[in-house]
Design a protein. Sequence first.
Length: 310
Amino acid sequence: MGVIGVALHEFGAVDQLAAIELADRLGVPAAWLTTGGVGPDAMAILAAAAVRTSRVQLGTAIVPTWPRHPLALVQQTLVVASLAPGRFRLGVGPSHRAGIERMYGIPFERPLQHLREYVAILKGALQIGRFDFEGERFRVKGELPRPPNVPVMISALRPGSFRLAGEISDGALAWICPLPYLRDRALPALREGASAASRPAPPLVAHCFVAVHDDPAAIRAAAHDRLATYLRAPFYQEMFVAAGHPDARKGELTDPIVDAVVVGGDEATVAAGLRGYLAAGMDELIASVLVVGADRLASLERTMRLVASL
């Protein structure tokens, strides 16, 4: 059975680090962080976590590519990989037009072309130790002694990005995609990309929000608070429309959408729901911990204990 890890969304670097340490103590196999906007940097937090943990795999899902030159990210990766040898996976992606153009003032143009070049540089440096690339967006040349051979994974949402992941990456990182969409649209696209490149299909890492809690109404309320922002992003809207939720195009977070991407309930219910992703053909699963109720630590720990038990 594939790995089930957690994505942690705590407030600030100190709380994120404490949550990763808790995951390590409980035996959670993998912990993932996202860098978004100008919040705390996942790479810096994971460098701190690398020396405070011993077992848990560490990963980014994702680091946005536009604001960070690929060689700057290579430098950061060298630090985390050396402090947590064999435990780090680098996930990158272009993010979304609204965030990149509005916040950073960077034109969001031809994101898949941009990502293709970015990944070529990362993999050359981190896996081969040589980067000699001249493309439309990047021109770099150099060598890296003792490359750490870190896997480079990419975000994927629509079939085109899953095909690209199959062609060039070490794994596709999905985010809040309903399981039927992943099974029927994403996985075939991933395999098409891999076949076109004459290589084995890389892992498809699915994602859902998860809460082990006994009050279904409280879980749904927390989910509405946490997920509403995604329905304002056109890329997510179109993915949900393709997944059979036409109201998504209006920016409406409906209960059927919540139910499609949130696994909640008691321990037995959540365990069955998470295992369902792997049974459907997903190689790995990221369970974003959805904190429910006033006692944040208790909610976090209960959900992570269940994930660790699987």
